[in-house]
Design a binder for this molecule. Structure first.
Ligand code: BTN
Length: 245
């Protein structure tokens, strides 16, 4: 990953740039960095705040030969790679909130947005957008209680370059292991060890339906397994939001 790099001082969204360049034939592993995003995008149609110079705002273009059903696993393995990279660089005990937010003390440090850019036969272009709050000195009023940064958590600035490099190295390794072995039991175990959601009470909103239960693990397809009064339900990342209770 990262043999081809696109860098922007200011752009609306690196995910949008990556999708455009994917259509123009940018190679597997291309990485898109921005110092600032003016229209950063989050999951579920939300906006993502990406002020100048404060975070790692990047997207990675992957061209896996996978069935669409395997895409959920890429979401999970990205979360694991980013979580471990942050632990490696800062020593902070950060955790994953399923599927792939990275949190510290219940506040969000990282958001990841995976989008499908194109599909031909079984070769699809996937854009994995990663936003890490690194040196944000403060957050806007509406995010203050929900978000944090590595600077706020450690009390000192963290090198965005080093962190981005660590993330890309770990992502490459996780991705290659996944292509060789799939999301096997060893992977699910490593993910579960880092995942704060597993073992917690959760409330799931799936379209118009709402239910509560205890998250007990990850299925072979990457779904979150939730034990409810009516049995075990499998929850897929694209369709739901899970809130701690
Ligand atoms: C979320 O938690 O809702 C996902 C946020 C993803 C933000 C990153 S920043 C780099 C990339 N470009 C975007 O527009 N979004 C992602």
């Amino acid at each position: 990953l990262g043999r081809t790099v696109f860098s922007y001082e200011v752009t609306d969204s690196t995910n949008r740039r990556a999708r455009e360049e994917a259509d123009r034939g940018a190679p597997h592993g291309s990485v898109f960095f921005a110092e600032e995003q003016t229209g950063g995008r989050g999951r579920l149609g939300r906006a993502w705040s990406a002020p100048r110079g404060e975070g790692v705002w990047m997207s990675v273009l992957l061209r896996p030969k996978l069935a669409p059903a395997d895409i959920a696993q890429i979401t999970l393995l990205t979360g694991l790679a980013v979580c471990d990279a942050i632990r490696e660089v800062t020593g902070l005990p950060v955790q994953i909130k399923w599927p792939n937010d990275i949190v510290l003390d219940g506040k969000k440090l990282v958001g990841i947005l995976t989008e499908m850019a194109a599909e031909e036969d079984r070769i699809c272009a996937l854009v994995v957008g990663i936003g890490v709050n690194v040196n944000n000195p403060a957050f806007p009023e509406e995010l203050k209680d929900k978000a944090t940064s590595l600077l706020l958590a450690t009390g000192k600035p963290v090198s965005r370059k080093e962190l981005a490099a660590r993330i890309l190295l770990r992502l490459e390794k996780e991705y290659e292991t996944f292509l060789r072995q799939g999301a096997n039991a060893a992977f699910r175990k490593r993910y579960a060890e880092r995942c704060a959601t597993i073992g917690s009470l959760v409330k799931v909103v799936m379209g118009n339906e709402e239910f509560a239960g205890t998250a007990i693990g990850i299925s072979e397809t990457g779904a979150l397994l939730v034990q409810t009064g009516q049995g075990i339900r499998a929850v897929n990342s694209g369709e739901v939001s899970v809130r701690g209770m």
